[in-house]
Structure formats: structure tokens, C-alpha cells
Design a protein around this ligand. Structure first.
Ligand SMILES: NC(=O)C1=CN([C@@H]2O[C@H](COP(=O)(O)OP(=O)(O)OC[C@H]3O[C@@H](n4cnc5c(N)ncnc54)[C@H](O)[C@@H]3O)[C@@H](O)[C@H]2O)[C@H](O)CC1
Ligand SMILES: [K+]
Length: 212
């Protein structure tokens, strides 16, 4: 199996896993998020004030799941949501409802970022498809200005999964935990600089069909 994939290939493998093999998307999301949690817990990160910055897609859904898993592990965690909540994905909605049972609130104020000891970047993953602007641009600039380590979920938000180009702005991460396979965009152009240390969470259940 190829060790570098494009967004389209990754989406194909995810879709085959979910729709043909019938491993539920929420199971993949939980396994992906467990890999992020394990990376953070095994690393040299200060968990006394973790801020998860989450979009409303499945990358954001991963972020909410990571927030829950870190809180269960004893971290102090808050979530800052950014984007248009009307575009909330099914899985993001499910993770948001689960968070309510763990008393994890979703706030939108970005002031919390200033004192963060660790930021988890879950704004965009492989779904980015246009230059970043508006509130996402503002919060990415705020994230990059904070003196805290940053762990990106799957892809540093703003980096093009296939070309490694910066889509106007991008999170400059300390490390990136990417799911199933490394992404072409993390190895070329600006990708390596913005991804930081790349951890490939290989064992998270995605089945790679090589029929394309
Ligand atoms: N690989 C796996 O096994 C799994 C991956 N997962 C995670 O799912 C994301 C991909 O999620 P998706 O909802 O397709 O896209 P994003 O969350 O990256 O983006 C959300 C949404 O945002 C819109 N969008 C794109 N560019 C922009 C922009 N510049 N400004 C505003 N909005 C934008 C677009 O409509 C996107 O759909 C993957 O990275 C993983 O984190 C799953 O958890 C399951 C397992
Ligand atoms: K991200």
C-alpha cells in the first residue's frame, strides 16, 4: 500500500470502510481521536489549560472527541468553536451531544486562547477546499500568536492536503497526528514547516482498497 495519499484517496478509503465494510464513521472518529489522545498523553505537553479549537466538520468532530478523552484523562480542557454552525456535520453534532454529558462547553470567544498551555487544532482537515478567510483566518492568526505548543488533528488547518500550499493562512503546529496514512501535502511545499513532527496513526481501522 502507498505510504502517501491525497485527500481524494483518503476519502475513498474512508467511504469504502464506512459504506462497504460497514465500520461506522463514529468508530473511525473514536479510534482517530484515541490516537491523538495517546500522542498527547505520551508527549511532553502541559495539560493544565488545553484549548481545542474546532470547526463544524468531522475534523472538528475529532476535536470534540479529543477534548472528551483528554478531560477523562484528567486534563483541564475547553473547546472554542469556529465557523458556521449551520454547516455542522452529523458526527460533529453527535460528538457535541456526547460532550454535554462530560460538561464540556463549546464557546466561541477566542480570549481563552491567550492562556492556553496546549492548543489542539481541529478546524479543518482533509476537507479544506478553498482559501481561508473570515473568523477562521482570524483565529488561525490568533493561534499562531500564542506561546503554546500546538497539536494539529490530521492536517494543520490551512495546509492543502495534496499540494502542501498555505491556503491564505495555516496553523503552524508543533506536531500533527495524521490518520491512516501520511498525506502528500505534509511532505511537500509548506507542509513540513507547518506540520512539525508528523505522527501517522496507522492502526485506526481505515481499509485501503487499491482498486483505483
Ligand atoms: N481519515 C479517517 O479515517 C477519518 C477522518 N476523519 C476526520 O474527518 C476530517 C475530514 O472531515 P470533513 O468534514 O470532510 O472536512 P473538514 O472537517 O476538513 O472541513 C469541514 C468543512 O469545511 C468546509 N471548508 C473547506 N474549506 C473551507 C474554508 N476555507 N473556509 C470555510 N469552510 C471550508 C468544507 O465544506 C468541509 O466539508 C479528516 O480530516 C479527519 O479529521 C473522521 O474523523 C473519521 C476518520
Ligand atoms: K486540523
Amino acid at each position: 500500500m502507498k505510504h502517501l495519499v491525497t485527500a481524494e484517496q483518503m476519502k475513498h478509503f474512508d467511504s469504502y470502510t464506512i459504506n462497504t465494510i460497514k465500520i461506522p464513521s463514529m468508530v473511525l472518529m473514536e479510534r482517530a481521536s484515541l490516537a491523538v489522545r495517546d500522542f498527547i498523553l505520551s508527549g511532553n505537553f502541559d495539560l493544565t489549560n488545553v484549548i481545542v479549537v474546532a470547526g463544524y466538520g468531522n475534523n472538528g468532530g475529532d476535536g470534540l472527541c479529543v477534548a472528551r478523552l483528554l478531560k477523562i484523562a484528567g486534563a483541564t480542557v475547553r473547546v472554542v468553536s469556529v465557523g458556521n454552525s449551520e454547516h455542522e456535520s452529523t458526527e460533529h453534532a453527535a460528538q457535541r451531544k456526547i460532550c454535554q454529558y462530560y460538561h464540556i462547553d463549546l464557546q466561541t470567544a477566542t480570549e481563552a486562547l491567550a492562556d492556553a498551555t496546549l492548543i489542539v487544532d481541529a478546524i479543518f482537515g482533509i476537507g479544506i477546499d478553498r482559501p481561508i478567510a473570515g473568523p477562521q483566518e482570524q483565529i488561525i492568526n490568533a493561534i499562531n500568536a500564542v506561546n503554546a505548543k500546538i497539536v494539529a488533528v490530521d492536517v494543520p488547518s490551512g495546509i492543502n492536503t495534496d499540494t502542501g500550499e498555505v491556503m491564505n493562512v495555516a496553523v503552524k503546529a508543533t506536531a500533527t497526528v495524521t490518520f491512516a496514512f501520511n498525506k502528500v501535502g505534509l511532505t511537500v511545499a509548506a507542509g513540513p514547516t507547518y506540520a512539525g513532527q508528523v505522527e501517522v496513526a496507522a492502526d485506526m481501522g481505515t481499509y485501503a482498497v487499491d482498486d483505483n
